[in-house]
Write a protein that binds this ligand. Structure first.
Ligand SMILES: NC(=O)c1ccc[n+]([C@@H]2O[C@H](COP(=O)([O-])OP(=O)(O)OC[C@H]3O[C@@H](n4cnc5c(N)ncnc54)[C@H](OP(=O)(O)O)[C@@H]3O)[C@@H](O)[C@H]2O)c1
Length: 258
């Protein structure tokens, strides 16, 4: 699984860009990668304190060089500049992880509508903007892998998660189309659909069936980096659960409250 870049030679370290730099799932992926090979990482995120903490965790996990770039991803006008800063730190990207996201208030008609719109903008528009901009750079370089953290919620949003799920559905669809567009370019797009993962995002919530951990998601992702799969589920049996969920008649599906 040697990283490559535009020149075709293998750099000494895999250069990893994390969009949502303090994400626990992304952190677990980078740490797991660092156990297998040399890694340099640039963490792009909005909170200096959480970025510093993520940097310290990854340095402790053996990532050789961890830097960060401050970006509130809602500020789309700054996306190119932030990516330029990350390129200046790493020299380019072999792997990008699109991990930014917020769960937001549950339900299809939340009380805080401004908050709902903000979460839709972050989960789809901001994440999609960064995804497209990274893809453009990787296509120009002729190589790279983009891991997009989607969700099982994207497959068939429920009334309980319609705002979040619909934005993730947009991102998931964009990532799949992009993967098809880039199929002969040397760039791979891997769509990851986790179920319930025990992280800061879900803390205090009752775990859903097949709940998993960031480490387990990381292992699924690492297993798929060089494979042929372009969409994976974490844990993998969720693929079959979601097959059934997608087939449920709407009259049954609409009664699901969680
Ligand atoms: N946990 C789950 O059960 C689960 C399941 C399916 C999919 N996912 C997806 O997996 C991804 C990672 O989630 P996680 O579980 O690792 O949760 P997390 O630790 O809360 O990670 C979310 C990341 O998004 C960042 N973010 C939020 N708003 C931002 C903004 N305006 N600008 C820049 N960054 C922003 C957060 O930064 P801050 O530290 O500044 O908040 C954090 O780094 C998310 O896209 C999530 O939707 C999670």
């Amino acid at each position: 699984m040697a990283p490559t870049h535009a020149g075709g030679s293998a750099p000494a370290r895999r250069r990893v860009l994390v969009l949502g730099g303090s994400s626990e799932i992304a952190g677990a992926i980078v740490a797991a990668l660092a156990r297998r090979e040399p890694v340099a990482a640039s963490l792009v995120g909005r909170d200096p304190g959480r970025l510093a903490s993520a940097r310290a965790t990854l340095a402790g996990a053996g990532v050789e060089d961890v830097q960060d770039v401050e970006l509130d991803a809602r500020d789309i006008a700054r996306h190119e500049q932030a990516l330029d800063q990350a390129v200046a730190q790493l020299g380019g990207f072999d792997l990008a992880i699109v991990a930014l996201g917020v769960l937001g208030e549950p339900g299809a008609l939340p009380a805080d509508l401004d908050g709902a719109v903000e979460s839709m903008q972050l989960n789809y528009v901001a994440a999609g903007s960064l995804l497209l901009r990274v893809a453009q750079r990787m296509r120009a370089a002729g190589a790279g892998t983009i891991v997009v953290l989607s969700s099982v919620a994207a497959e068939r949003p429920r009334r309980a998660n319609a705002v979040y799920g619909s934005a993730k559905a947009g991102l998931d669809a964009l990532a799949r189309g992009l993967g098809d567009e880039l199929q002969d370019s040397g760039v791979k797009v891997l769509v990851v659909r986790p179920g319930f993962v025990h992280t800061r995002m879900t803390s205090g919530m009752a775990p859903a069936p097949l709940a998993t951990t960031p480490l387990a998601v990381a292992e699924e992702v690492l297993g798929a980096l060089d494979g042929r799969a372009q969409t994976i589920w974490a844990p993998s049996p969720l693929r079959w659960v979601m097959l059934v969920m997608r087939a449920l008649p709407r009259a049954v599906f609409r009664r699901m409250r969680r």
